[in-house]
Ligand binder design. Structure first.
Ligand SMILES: [Fe+2]
Ligand SMILES: [Fe+2]
Length: 195
């Protein structure tokens, strides 16, 4: 096994609570499946998914404290919902502790919660594999059509998820991450150019 992957697994085994650990491994399985289907870099997807939620178990208070300590920029929406910082912290950990320098992996981890206006195929597979974890689908069947779409077309699945998530946030009177709107617009625009 790739040395980075085994280092990451050892780290996850000793640091992560069972729910996060299981989610990470399930998302890796989905990532493996989607990578093979869409011919994306399997190794990059696996490393990004192993690293994406390393700070997911942190409390809001600890996330803010850690981000301040690491001099990470905290945006307005992150101040309001500190959970959004877990991708930024994970990407920094992957760079500094696991010596991952691949910008595609780091970017996919950093923005896996919101999406981003620049998203490679690896990014899209990482993003969707996190969202269509089979346990998440079990608890929320609205995600099932997104899973079906993800097997056929990554862009359409991304658009479907972002639209779903934005609409849900409006319905629940919640804030929308500005990067989710940017991600949605960039995919929508790309699809208009193709058609
Ligand atoms: Fe996450
Ligand atoms: Fe996740």
């Amino acid at each position: 096994m790739n040395k980075t992957i085994s280092r990451l697994i050892n780290y996850i085994e000793v640091t992560q609570p069972i729910n996060i650990k299981s989610h990470i491994y399930r998302s890796c399985k989905v990532g493996d499946f989607l990578s093979k289907l869409h011919n994306t870099d399997l190794n990059k997807v696996k490393i990004a998914l192993l690293g994406h939620d390393l700070y997911r178990a942190y409390s809001n208070k600890d996330l803010l404290q850690k981000a301040n300590q690491k001099n990470i920029y905290i945006s307005e929406i992150e101040k309001h919902s500190p959970i959004l910082l877990h991708g930024k912290l994970a990407s920094m950990k992957m760079k500094n502790y696991f010596q991952i320098n691949d910008p595609e992996i780091l970017h996919s981890i950093k923005w896996h919660t919101s999406g981003h206006k620049y998203m490679s195929a690896v990014f899209k597979v990482v993003f969707l594999s996190d969202k269509i974890d089979p346990e998440k689908i079990k608890n929320n069947t609205s995600l099932n059509p997104i899973k079906i779409k993800a097997c056929k077309n990554l862009d359409q699945a991304m658009l479907m998820y972002l639209n779903y998530n934005i609409k849900l946030r409006i319905k629940n009177n919640e804030l929308i991450h500005p990067y989710s709107i940017q991600a949605r617009n960039s995919i929508q625009k790309d699809m208009e150019t193709i058609n």
